[in-house]
Design a protein around this ligand. Structure first.
Ligand SMILES: C[S@@+](CC[C@H](N)C(=O)[O-])C[C@H]1O[C@@H](n2cnc3c(N)ncnc32)[C@H](O)[C@@H]1O
Length: 221
């Protein structure tokens, strides 16, 4: 994967990772998880297909969601790993998203005016953001009244004490290998505390070890 022509060799804001680490994470994401994507495809079609207007996707990664949007949307990705930007540009063009833009940035400080977006989307990102509360506040700030935050996220194991304990046990290694991903985050509780007017979310299990429990749906500003 050719990438990051201007990337400094060590330490890079906003993620503060070494350049080799950013490249490695980009390669892992570009490789993807085809069996997982097949399992969530119908949900993605239902959630992302009807969206219109100005949309920001936080942490779009390798662009696995781009084909689900209507070509009529104005899409902006906010992706802190610059190694993924060339791939995102190519995939957005291939998906017919004309005028797609990609910002180097993080969900905790979004580069949009208040109440300016029709929707914000996120898949498998809230587990990784450094400050989950701040990211959700930012999402609420940039959404228009009635705008939607649409998400598919893995969450803390809610049903089995043993699997919940396993999520906590593996956390340090998991975080180190998967770019800061926290397998045990209570994302449902964070969403409930974030001040959205309405939340519609469904629990399901995806075919992934340890991070199978998922929440998919939307929150309305
Ligand atoms: C597990 S990947 C998910 C990528 C993609 N959304 C998907 O479903 O395959 C997490 C993504 O979030 C990005 N990320 C990490 N910290 C972030 C932050 N604070 N704000 C926005 N994106 C972030 C990573 O660079 C990566 O692209």
């Amino acid at each position: 994967m050719a990438c990051c022509p201007s990337l400094p060799e060590a330490g890079f804001a906003p993620l503060h990772h070494a350049a080799w680490c950013l490249r490695l994470h980009a390669r892992m994401l570009a490789h993807g998880l085809p069996h997982y994507e097949r399992a969530v495809a119908a949900r993605k079609r239902r959630l992302f297909g009807p969206l219109r207007g100005n949309i920001a996707e936080i942490g779009p990664g390798a662009g696995v969601n781009l084909n689900y949007y209507s070509p009529a949307v104005q899409w902006t990705g906010v992706e802190p790993n610059p190694c993924l930007h060339p791939l995102l540009e190519r995939k957005a063009a291939a998906a017919g998203l004309r005028g797609a833009r990609i910002h180097l940035g993080v969900a905790e400080t979004l580069p949009f005016a208040g109440a300016s977006l029709d929707a914000v989307t996120s898949t498998l990102v809230l587990c990784t953001v450094r400050d989950l509360g701040q990211a959700l506040q930012e999402i609420g700030r940039v959404l228009k009244p009635g705008g939607r935050f649409v998400f598919i996220e893995h969450i803390a194991e809610p049903e089995s004490r043993w699997r919940a304990a396993a999520q906590r046990l593996v956390r340090p290694l998991w975080e180190a290998v998967f770019d800061g991903c926290q397998p045990h985050r209570d994302i449902g509780a964070a969403l409930a505390a974030a001040g959205f007017a309405q939340i519609e979310a469904t629990f399901f299990r995806a075919p992934l070890p340890l991070v199978g429990p998922h929440l998919a749906g939307y929150a309305v500003r």
